[in-house]
Design a binder for this molecule. Structure first.
Ligand SMILES: CC(C)(COP(=O)(O)OP(=O)(O)OC[C@H]1O[C@@H](n2cnc3c(N)ncnc32)[C@H](O)[C@@H]1OP(=O)(O)O)[C@@H](O)C(=O)NCCC(=O)NCCS
Length: 433
């Protein structure tokens, strides 16, 4: 605490501490408000609430800045690997060569799921959404790998490695299930992303040829999605984790929260929007005009963000990477042309300028996944694989904090006041004046 804020509460002056973050963000600590004055704070959607102190990720939405443990996302995207970034998020520092090798080997050694779990895949309906499968399978890992009440540091490392590694195996198995092909096991010889692509795209009759540009594109996608502070799924992880639920149930809850179209599902919607524009031959300008109408169901998907009020730095990185990928693959995508036209028109349009609506990460992430051959209903699954290290970092930060209480928000009750039970025969009878 560096300062105090004086508030007049019910006519009485009260003083509350002001908490200041590393980058100058300030918050009034209102934890004691109810004790003295009987008042709660009401902030629907939590848009004005800092729910915790965290050392993991910093976002400046006005300036378009994103730092993981202090490192700019641009540097990590250009120089780091997903596994190294995962280590950084969870442990707080970049690993030494030997730390990275231990971490990486542990992930490789933990990549198999219990063989009996393969029966589960048989039982899911053919067209089961892979996110539904992922959430279910991750929750069921707790029955195969029971989590003790107290995790010593070694056990904690192992359970985190299981999750980072097994989530990728389950994701690939669920894709194979959806296309009716046999599952492909992970291999100790392959690195994290290559292993995933091999499980997705090789089959007993055909090997998958790894293309370094594709591997790098997927790696980049995962790094950019690895954490984004207290979004809906990460807050879910902290909330569920605060009950001391086992780590698998906690991550499964995060996956379920991510599945929603307002959160992890938007990248798929961008592709559908671009495909619709292409298929119907709609003029992008007309589409933008429709998106501006308050009644339009078609918002401009991939534009706008609750936190970023300037260019989402991840969108900038992905746009450039996508452009380079198309060049290297010597291919063109008509959807990219449409996306660029839309971006150019929207960025000059007064409606979008006045509301600070810029492209967000989802505007280009679906395009990049499409280019590497990932089917649209796996987009959110890829997001989940990328986000697991971030969720684990937040879970770990919370359970190791000095003060760690179960999360239990309050409410303002606006239902009926106390009333009395009426026998069924007399219900609905009008009372005579
Ligand atoms: C991300 C999003 C939900 C942020 O929502 P928010 O912070 O609550 O912002 P609001 O919904 O209050 O929008 C503020 C204003 O901009 C408009 N707006 C926001 N995003 C818009 C979009 N993509 N297209 C058209 N108008 C948009 C709203 O209609 C509102 O206009 P008004 O002030 O005239 O009422 C929102 O921008 C959106 O729906 N974007 C499209 C979906 C998307 O890409 N999601 C991925 C996010 S990473």
């Amino acid at each position: 605490m560096t300062d105090n804020a004086k508030l007049i509460v019910d006519g009485k002056e009260r003083s509350f501490g002001i908490v200041q973050g590393t980058k100058g963000e300030r918050a009034i600590d209102l934890a004691g408000l109810r004790e003295g004055g009987g008042l709660l704070t009401l902030d629907e959607g939590l848009g004005n609430t800092a729910s915790c102190l965290s050392r993991i990720t910093y976002i400046n939405g006005e300036k378009g800045v994103l730092l993981y443990r202090g490192y700019p996302i641009e540097e990590l995207a250009g120089k780091s690997s997903f596994v190294e970034t995962a280590y950084l998020l969870i442990h707080g520092e970049l690993p030494t060569r030997s730390e990275l090798s231990v971490f990486s080997n542990r992930l490789n050694d933990s990549s198999l799921i219990h063989e009996d779990m393969r029966h589960f895949f048989v039982a899911f309906p053919k067209y089961a959404h892979p996110m539904g499968i992922l959430a279910t399978m991750v929750a069921s890992l707790s029955t195969f790998y029971p989590v003790p009440d107290h995790l010593d540091p070694e056990a904690e490392e192992q359970f985190m490695a299981n999750l980072i590694s097994q989530v990728r195996t389950i994701a690939a198995f669920s894709y194979k299930k959806s296309i009716g092909e046999p599952t492909v096991y992970p291999s100790i010889k392959l690195r994290y992303v290559e292993n995933f692509l091999n499980m997705m795209f090789s089959s007993p009759v055909k090997d998958y040829r790894q293309d370094p540009d594709i591997v790098r594109a997927v790696e980049l996608f995962l790094i950019l999605h690895a954490d984004h502070e207290q979004n809906c799924s990460t807050s879910t992880v902290r909330l569920v984790g605060s009950s001391m639920a086992n780590i698998y149930s906690v991550i499964s809850a995060g996956i379920s929260a991510l599945w929603g179209p307002r959160h992890g599902g938007a990248n798929q919607e961008v592709i559908q929007m671009l495909e619709h524009i292409l298929a119907t031959g709609t003029d992008p300008k007309t589409f933008i005009d429709r998106a501006k109408s308050r009644n339009a169901r078609e918002r401009l998907m991939g534009f706008g963000h609750r936190v970023y009020k300037s260019f989402d730095p991840r969108a900038r990185i992905l746009k450039q990477a996508y452009h380079q990928l198309l060049k290297k693959l010597k291919t063109a995508d008509p959807l990219f042309e449409i996306a660029m036209q839309i971006e150019e028109l929207a960025l000059k349009d007064a409606y979008f300028i006045e509301r600070n609506l810029y492209p967000n990460v989802d505007f280009y992430s679906g395009l990049i996944l499409k280019a590497v051959g990932i089917p649209a209903d796996m987009f959110t699954v890829l997001f989940a694989i990328g986000r697991v290290p971030g969720w684990l970092a937040h879970w770990r930060e919370m359970v190791h904090a000095k003060e760690f209480r179960i999360a239990r928000p309050r409410q303002i009750y606006i239902g009926p006041s106390e009333r009395h039970y009426e026998p069924i025969n007399s219900r609905g009878l009008k009372k005579c004046p």
